[in-house]
Design a protein around this ligand. Structure first.
Ligand SMILES: [Zn+2]
Ligand SMILES: [Zn+2]
Length: 268
């Protein structure tokens, strides 16, 4: 067994990924209630009791809503930088087993190497992750997974880091036209969403996927769709050309309505 990866759910309402290596099982973000995360794990034959750690990108609710419910699983370590941990602590009844990392540094947890890098987004110290594991012998290839869900634009350094991954999870948050015509959000909120510290539009996401020279991606997941200002069909339409340009690359849109998440991606 090499690496197994699955997005349990992703949209502007909640985000959570599951990653299993030879030596650990971890969550990437915990943006659903603790109970919902337990159900999602059970639905795919996993158990919260077997989890070793959660890696948290930033303190927005759609990334940490489950920490409160997961706090009773005492062996669960929660990796975050100090600003994110501090901001998240306010909403917790009991403290967690925080493991503080420094943004911009690589660190190791068991057989996982983690690169945590800054993203432009309106949180205290938001990060994206690259997780790498395996490749220690002839029978197991090294697999790396990039997770960059909340960012207003793609800085060159982030693009470069993500380009070296095999699997990319990137946000395609909103459709420019649907956001402009949305009646629920005041103008100031629309400015924040589309601003340099907000979220990626479908067009900016397609630019990353199409125009990143030397990118290794075999699988790209377009995730964190806004429920009000995007649709799976709109994302698919924008990406139809990108997929044709590189037929060996699988591009999938993660539907906000998909309660069972993406199928397991397994790499030996
Ligand atoms: Zn956010
Ligand atoms: Zn988010």
């Amino acid at each position: 067994m090499g690496v197994r990866f699955k997005i349990l759910g992703s949209s502007s309402a909640g985000n959570c990924g599951f990653l299993q290596t030879e030596d650990c099982r971890v969550l990437i973000d915990a943006g659903f209630s603790g109970r919902r995360i337990c159900e999602m794990l059970e639905a795919c034959g996993e158990s919260v009791d077997d989890l070793d750690a959660v890696f948290v990108t930033h303190e927005h609710r759609d990334h940490i809503a489950g920490l409160r419910g997961l706090a009773r699983y005492r062996k669960l370590r929660v990796f975050a930088n100090s600003f994110t941990a501090e901001a998240a602590r306010g909403g917790l009844r009991t403290d967690l087993d925080w493991r503080i990392f420094e943004t911009g540094h690589r660190f190791v947890f068991r057989d996982l190497e983690i690169d945590a890098f800054a993203l432009p987004h309106d949180a205290h110290d938001p990060v994206g992750f690259v997780f790498s594991s395996g490749g220690g012998d002839l029978f197991h290839q090294r697999t790396s997974i990039g997770w960059a869900l909340d960012l207003g634009y793609v800085p060159d350094g982030v693009r470069e880091r993500l380009s070296r991954t095999d699997v990319l999870v990137i946000e395609a948050n909103h459709d420019g036209e649907l956001l402009k015509n949305d009646r629920k959000r005041p103008w100031s909120v629309k400015q924040r969403i589309s601003g340099r510290h907000g979220h990626l539009s479908n067009e900016t996401a397609v630019d990353l996927v199409e125009n990143t020279p030397g990118a290794r991606w075999e699988q790209v997941y377009l995730a964190h769709l806004s429920r009000d200002c995007n649709t799976v069909e709109r994302v698919e339409a924008v990406f139809a050309d990108a997929s044709q340009a590189n037929p060996r690359r699988l591009v999938s849109v993660v539907s906000p309505e998909n309660g069972t998440g993406t199928p397991f991606l397994v790499r030996p």
